[in-house]
Design a protein around this ligand. Structure first.
Ligand code: GTP
Ligand code: SPV
Ligand code: MN
Length: 615
């Protein structure tokens, strides 16, 4: 027997000990044949394994261990400059027909794409270890829990997945001998041929070769060429949003790009809220915000993804399928998000931030002075006053959710929490008011479908351009967006409409020139208070052509130094701006053709009429 064949038998033996799931064993075998890794490692999810992989990455130069006193258990990674954010242009939904993927997704013929991917994956793990990562999205005993298996050649992915998901032996046990799993194949696309030295951040630097591909028919994911964030941590956007949205449509639930929070009033009543804002538009910040209004307590249940189903009582219940935060670092400060700062005090992985000489980290608008001299995200010497930014705009931290000081006691409740309000939002420097309540469910779905936002650094594209980002799901919906709207509208038939949450649209990002009109962050508690009062039926509103806005004096601005003109502008109906908005929405809706639900067309027509009667 040759050495290789011998190794193989040993490995196979090892594998049968780990699981008896024949489908999983066969798939791993196929991937080993295709990708030709040097070794296979089945992840058990233990602390010991995590520590070993972190140390391995320190030796390889991928990780820098931070100072044990300043940041215990923390590491810094610097990615390749070509690999710093999600690649939306390289992300595909390969449904049987282009029509099913719809006008908002990149599509390619599934058979052709599979062939292309096989070409890319052939031999792509030479010289590397293939890690088998069993993981669960959602509490293991939740009715919504889904099992995924990620096969990756990146130890960085393994340790991040351990923070972000319920990873390891328990997930494999839940899968059992005959359970179903979502196959998630990932490679950084950088084989290590004979004696090639590894680099700190292996990836495929040619962006045109990166591929993030979803196959809706077989519910599988293939990701090639990137090691960063949502491109590589496949439980997150690929599984928990794109693939889950397909499952949700079929099974009658919702997979959403939403935070989940609880808010308790001074009277002791608790409300659960979900909010969908596009990437880098404030979910993590709102999810763990410190209310400035006395007597109000906010707790965090999730900061990025919510899976929502109809409970036995007919209300909507949300769970957070993740167990960690992959949050935007720049801008996180004691003032903006003190709870995030506490969450990243230990056991956290920082990617693309500044390294301080004393072994701590720094980023722009951290609220502490920069180091006189440090190392920037590209590994170059960097000094304060440098015109270059030290941290990448999409630099992130990966931190365990349980470390958030305001984590809600119900955050990993298998049944989830009953939702009283859903918020939509985005970065809108003009026109869109601070807060607007939908008249009813259909109007709420209309507001969500028409949501727009200025683009951010979370994806590789031009930042700061206004684009429609319906339900903050533009890059994350696994099927035709028109059908997705219809799925939302259908909820009135699946449950009693009186049990559905109230819907609001918020905008923290109004500007006057370069200045924010609204202070945001903890002060957003004032808006949440009004929302709770509306849920209770006590808050006052005025009916306007665009929705219900806070009546004069209804928004609690006590103690806030907000100029009266700014307050008025934040809550005014900008009729001309909205007329422009309706024209823009009409143009956007035209993309969906006859898959646009008539209800939404009707909503747009009625809005137009209301605006025209108002003047
Ligand atoms: P993803 O993780 O990409 O989905 O982003 P996110 O929606 O969680 O966004 P996050 O909370 O990380 O905020 C991103 C950026 O928006 C940061 O730079 C914040 O400082 C800024 N931001 C968040 N909330 C507010 C706010 O209320 N007002 C203003 N002006 N900026 C905010
Ligand atoms: C987002 O872009 O919405 C994120 C970061 O939450 S990533 O995980 O990279 O998708
Ligand atoms: Mn996100």
């Amino acid at each position: 027997m040759g050495v290789l064949a011998f190794l193989f038998v040993r490995k196979r033996k090892n594998r049968t000990m780990v699981t008896s799931n024949a489908k999983l064993l066969a798939w791993v075998e196929d991937v080993v044949q295709l990708c030709q890794p040097a070794r296979v490692h089945w992840c058990d999810g233990t602390q010991e394994e995590y520590d070993r992989l972190c140390n391995l990455m320190v030796s390889a130069g991928t990780f820098t261990a931070l100072d044990k006193n300043l940041r215990p258990g923390c590491f810094l990674a610097r990615s390749h400059p070509s690999d710093v954010a999600r690649v939306e242009d390289r992300t595909y939904i390969c449904s049987a027909s282009k029509e099913e993927a719809g006008p908002t997704n990149n599509w390619a013929d599934p058979a052709e794409m599979k062939e292309k991917l096989k070409g890319l994956f052939r031999g792509c793990m030479v010289g590397r270890t293939l890690y088998v990562i069993p993981f669960a999205m959602g509490p293991l005993d939740s009715p919504l829990c889904k099992i995924g298996i990620e096969l990756t050649d990146s130890p960085y992915v393994v340790v991040n997945m351990r923070i972000m998901t319920r990873m390891g032996r328990a997930a494999l046990e839940k899968l059992g001998a005959n359970g179903e799993f979502i196959p998630c194949l990932h490679s950084v696309g950088a084989p290590l041929h004979n004696g090639n030295h590894d680099v700190p951040w292996p990836c495929e630097p040619d962006v045109s070769k990166k591929h993030i591909v979803h196959f809706p028919e077989e519910l599988s994911i293939w990701s090639y060429g990137s090691g960063y964030g949502g491109n590589a941590l496949l439980g997150k956007k690929c599984l928990a949003l794109r693939i889950a949205s397909l499952a949700a449509r079929k099974e009658g639930w919702l997979a959403e790009h939403m935070l989940i929070l609880s808010l308790t009033s001074p009277q002791g009543k608790t409300y659960y809220l979900c909010a969908a804002f596009p990437s880098a538009c404030g979910k993590t910040n709102l999810a763990m915000m410190q209310p400035t209004l006395p007597g109000w307590t906010l707790r965090c249940l999730g900061d990025d993804i919510a899976w929502i189903r109809i409970g036995k009582d007919g209300r909507l219940y949300a769970i957070n399928p993740e167990t960690g935060f992959f949050g935007v670092a720049p801008g996180t400060s004691q003032k903006s998000n003190p709870n995030a700062l506490k969450a990243v005090a230990r056991n956290t992985i920082f990617t693309n931030v500044v390294l301080r000489p004393e072994g701590d980290i720094w980023w722009e608008e951290m609220g502490v002075p920069p180091p006189a001299k440090g190392i920037d995200w590209e590994g170059k010497e960097w000094f304060s006053g440098n015109c270059r930014k030290g941290a990448h705009a999409n630099a992130r931290f990966t931190a365990p959710a349980a470390q958030c000081p305001v984590i809600d006691p119900k955050w990993d409740n298998p049944e989830g929490v009953p939702i009283s309000a859903i918020l939509f939002g985005g970065r809108r420097p003009s026109t869109i008011p601070l807060v607007n309540e939908a008249f009813d469910w259909e109007h709420g779905v209309f507001l969500g479908s028409a949501a727009g936002s200025e683009t951010t650094a979370a994806a590789i594209h031009q930042a700061g351009v206004l684009r429609r980002d319906p339900f903050a799901m533009l890059p994350f919906c696994g099927y035709h967006m028109g059908d997705y709207f219809a799925h939302w509208l259908l909820l009135t038939q699946r449950t009693d409409r009186a049990k559905l949450p109230k819907v609001f649209f918020v905008n923290w990002f109004r500007k006057s020139g370069d200045r924010w009109l609204w202070p945001g962050f903890g002060e957003n508690s004032r808006v949440l208070k009004w929302i709770c009062e509306r849920i209770e039926g006590t808050g006052h509103a005025v009916e306007t052509p665009i929705g219900n806005l806070p009546a004069p004096g209804a928004l609690d601005l006590t103690g806030l130094d907000l100029p009266a003109n700014d307050a008025a502008e934040l809550l005014a109906v900008d009729t001309e701006g909205w007329k422009k908005e309706t024209r823009d929405i009409a143009g956007y809706y035209a993309k969906f053709g006859d898959r646009l639900p008539a209800t939404l067309e009707d909503q747009l027509r009625k809005l137009d009429q209301r605006l025209n009667t108002a003047t």
